[in-house]
Design a binder for this molecule. Structure first.
Ligand SMILES: Nc1ncnc2c1ncn2[C@@H]1O[C@H](COP(=O)(O)OP(=O)(O)O)[C@@H](O)[C@H]1O
Ligand SMILES: [Mg+2]
Length: 270
């Protein structure tokens, strides 16, 4: 497969634990924004080919946590961390860990669709081009495969040269998912990817997430508890920067172990 050419070296380098099905392991991880202790002693194991949902009230640290997984959070100058996050058994906080490699393995989709002001084609070809792929035929293949993977090929195949701003918000979000797929990631992080979408587009993205977990590991922040219960295998309930409970989604929603989880999922706060 042509697409995998671009990150073979990275996969060989960092996928030493090919047999392990733990993708990420967070161990006693803390994060501060200046004096604000935003994540406290986080312990989590994220498994391969699962959808892991992160729920919890506004400000509890959900976005901070997933932005830590690809080290995007360190763009904020006041950030300090402690503990470990192992990605494929290597601590991403290690001084010699190459963040560029991590970014080629971990794609991210944001709350508001954020396509580039470029054609649909160029949005998808952007990452592969950065990785040095220039061959038009190979790029064509990557673009088609990624758009198919994001379940939007049929809708845009005749308008690949149109600006991505010209399509609906729901379509733009699937373009952003296709853009993430184009680098052949291992993990896809999604931060409330449907909160700006209408119900039909939301359903399409939810179906897509279910489809994508066959090939990827997905971590999705969602405000919507029905969504978490519909699409995830595991759910973590965050509160004030702590993981109150992390378990199989069925257990979290039908038989939560912690009173605070029960109060939250039954709508008593948040
Ligand atoms: N860039 C930032 N600089 C300083 N503090 C931040 C920043 N982003 C988030 N925070 C703080 O970290 C805490 C967690 O925020 P966030 O991770 O965005 O929560 P959530 O996604 O659950 O709503 C909040 O107290 C928030 O104010
Ligand atoms: Mg958030």
């Amino acid at each position: 497969m042509t697409v995998s050419l671009m990150n073979n070296t990275v996969a060989n380098d960092q996928n030493t634990a090919a047999s392990s099905n733990i993708v990420y392991e967070t161990k006693q991880m803390n994060l501060w924004y200046g004096a604000n202790h935003a994540l406290k002693n986080i312990d989590m194991k994220i498994m391969e080919n699962e959808v892991t949902a992160i729920i919890g009230p506004s400000g509890c640290g959900k976005s901070t946590y997933i932005k830590t997984l690809n080290r995007m959070v360190e763009l904020v100058p006041s950030v300090k961390t402690s503990g470990e996050i192992l990605y494929r058994e290597r601590n991403i906080f290690d001084k010699d860990y190459r963040v560029e490699e991590l970014r080629t393995r971990v794609g991210m989709v944001f709350q508001k669709p954020n396509p580039f002001p470029k054609s649909i084609y160029d949005n998808i070809a952007y990452g592969p081009r950065i990785h040095g792929i220039k061959n038009k035929k190979i790029l064509d293949e990557i673009v088609e495969k990624s758009l198919r993977g994001a379940a939007i090929w049929d809708e845009v195949k005749d308008r690949l040269n149109e600006n991505a701003y010209g399509i609906s918000g729901g379509q733009q979000q699937r373009i952003c998912i296709a853009r993430a797929l184009a680098i052949e990631p291992d993990v896809i992080l999604m931060d409330e990817p449907t909160s700006a979408l209408d119900p039909i587009s939301t359903l399409k993205v939810e179906e897509l997430v279910q489809e994508l977990k066959k090939d990827y590991s997905i971590i999705i922040v969602t405000h919507n508890m029905q969504q978490a219960s519909r699409i995830s295998d595991k759910t973590a309930f965050f509160l004030n920067g702590e993981v109150v409970e992390f378990d199989k989604t069925d257990s979290i929603f039908s038989n939560p172990a912690d009173k605070r989880t029960e109060d939250y999922i039954s709508g008593r706060f948040g």
